[in-house]
Design a protein around this ligand. Structure first.
Ligand SMILES: Cc1cc2nc3c(=O)[nH]c(=O)nc-3n(C[C@H](O)[C@H](O)[C@H](O)COP(=O)(O)OP(=O)(O)OC[C@H]3O[C@@H](n4cnc5c(N)ncnc54)[C@H](O)[C@@H]3O)c2cc1C
Length: 467
């Protein structure tokens, strides 16, 4: 393909995780031309992520089957390729991509399926920017896919079962887990809702296996507590935990703190092109409004999987399929209507499980005020502190956009991916407005920092790097 020549597809699927792969397989079965684009070197997404060094490392037999099916099908894919912008056109969408060592920069499709997953949800506290404080998802990626332990004496702070999974991996890797701190109370409430667990054998096995490892290793679990601060000079050396009101504190000597307060949907591309979003705490933040085919408020744009709300791999697989059918239907293809109601019923069952988990382990800072002190860094890229944001809000600023303009919070390399949600919570707290009523961040291209040669149109100005 020539660098500046748009390449036309029926559907471009962004993301080769469970949702994107299952969408693309359905499109392929229905005879549509689909291209899957992903910034990772191999398909699989977060759950079925493959390691370049150890390609056999996939989460489960289910993952291996899906990846084999995906490899055998005729779906075209463009890996190692970031989508950094989308422009809606009269009859389709132009998709701007950046791929190191390659000249292909513009693609075009009639419909889009955005299956870009999620990312770790940060929580600021004094010392959260010290080396050695990291997100649980990042730590899991290091262990499972790079074979590297994030530290030796590790404290886990957050909420929910992903912490258990991480604890198990750390223990198996030889790390000492000095404690697991969960913001939620012990999940006694689960007993009254056991029926949700029917048909969830795989998840139960995974959860119970992790618990058994935690109990065997004698890891102390601190329910109803959060991390209050991390201390150290060149890196974290101590972590202090306690109740959200600052009482019942305990201090631990550590070299690593992993934060597992859940994920946020990564739907910035859908926001960039103007799909309507709303705030849903139980789904992890801003999520797109969608119809029963996963189609957004912009015709031809579908969002599936964690990008549409944090509900896990099983929902992602089912939603991908539904979005594939939805996109095919939008382009006039026949979809297997006889299977749609069974799929939707399955989806409702899996979504109920996700809701159940949120009921047991909600994101704590939707309910309690951020325990952040004024001096805490909020925007790490631009080094904006909590006090800077509070100061402009106390002067009358009430929108995220104005906070951004006046303080530079969210204007750095990550473009607010890390701090926008945090700023909204501070705005909500200071103004007494529900977070859901604060307009979410606007997203503009480029979505990621990319070299100028990835944007400049003239071929002469294009620096081609040899592989
Ligand atoms: C870091 C992390 C670790 C996790 N670990 C676990 C775990 O151990 N156990 C568990 O049960 N669940 C885990 N989860 C949750 C689980 O992986 C997800 O629920 C599931 O993978 C969702 O599938 P998905 O297809 O919606 O998204 P994903 O699997 O996240 O796939 C999204 C894909 O989109 C690609 N992408 C995103 N943006 C772009 C872009 N602009 N251009 C090109 N490509 C893009 C990404 O590279 C990724 O491959 C983890 C999630 C994260 C974020």
């Amino acid at each position: 393909m020539m660098p500046d020549e748009p390449t036309r597809w029926d559907v471009i699927v962004i993301g080769a995780g469970p949702a994107g792969m299952s969408a693309a397989l359905e499109l392929d079965r229905l005879g549509l031309s689909a291209l899957v684009v992903d910034s990772a070197p191999l398909p699989g997404g977060q759950y079925f992520k493959q390691s370049l060094l150890r390609p056999e490392v996939v989460q489960s037999a289910e993952g291996r089957t899906l990846l084999t099916e995906f490899a055998r099908a005729g779906v075209r894919r463009l890996m190692d390729t970031q989508v950094w912008g989308i422009t809606p056109e009269r009859d389709g969408f132009e998709v701007a991509v950046f791929r190191r060592h390659d000249g292909e920069r513009r693609l075009w499709s009639q419909a889009l399926i955005i299956a870009t997953g999620a990312y770790d949800r940060p929580v600021p506290f004094p010392g959260w920017d010290l080396p050695g404080v990291m997100m649980a998802g990042g730590a899991l990626t290091m262990i499972k896919h790079q074979g590297v332990l994030p530290g030796r004496r590790v404290l886990l702070c957050g909420t929910g079962p992903l912490q258990w999974v991480l604890a198990r991996h750390l223990l198996e890797g030889g790390a000492q887990v000095v404690g697991m701190v969960d913001a939620a109370p012990f999940p006694w409430r689960a007993i009254r809702h056991m029926t949700v667990l029917a048909g969830q054998g795989e998840r139960l096995r995974e959860g119970l296996g992790a618990w058994a490892a935690i109990l065997r290793a004698g890891v102390p679990v601190h329910w109803g507590k959060i991390i209050l601060r991390a201390e150290g000079s060149a890196g974290v050396e101590r972590a202090v935990i306690g109740r959200p009101d600052g009482t019942s504190t305990q201090s631990f000597a550590v070299d690593t703190v992993c934060l597992g307060y859940g994920f946020q949907p990564f739907n910035h591309l859908a926001r960039m092109i103007g799909c309507e979003h709303h705030y849903a705490a139980a789904l992890g933040g801003w999520v797109p409004r969608r119809d029963e085919w996963c189609e957004t408020t912009i015709a031809g744009v579908f969002v599936a999987g964690d990008a549409a709300g944090i509900q896990g791999k099983d929902v992602a697989l089912l939603e991908g399929k539904l979005a594939g059918w939805g996109a095919a239907r939008r382009l006039g293809a026949d979809v297997p209507h006889d299977q749609v109601s069974a799929l939707r019923a399955d989806l409702r069952r899996q979504a109920a499980m996700a809701r159940f988990l949120y009921f047991l382990f909600p994101y704590p800072f939707d309910r309690i005020p951020y325990p952040v002190e004024d001096d805490t860094i909020l925007c790490r890229c631009e080094e904006v502190r909590v006090r800077d944001v509070r100061a402009v809000v106390r002067e009358g600023v009430s929108t995220l956009r104005m906070v951004r303009m006046l303080t530079r919070a969210g204007m750095g390399l990550c473009q607010g991916r890390t701090c926008a949600d945090l700023v909204c919570h501070i705005l909500a707290q200071e103004t007494g407005t529900p977070v859901a009523d604060i307009a979410g961040p606007r997203v503009s291209p480029p979505l990621f920092p990319i070299p100028l040669y990835g944007i400049i149109e003239e071929e002469d100005a294009y620096v081609r790097t040899e592989d």
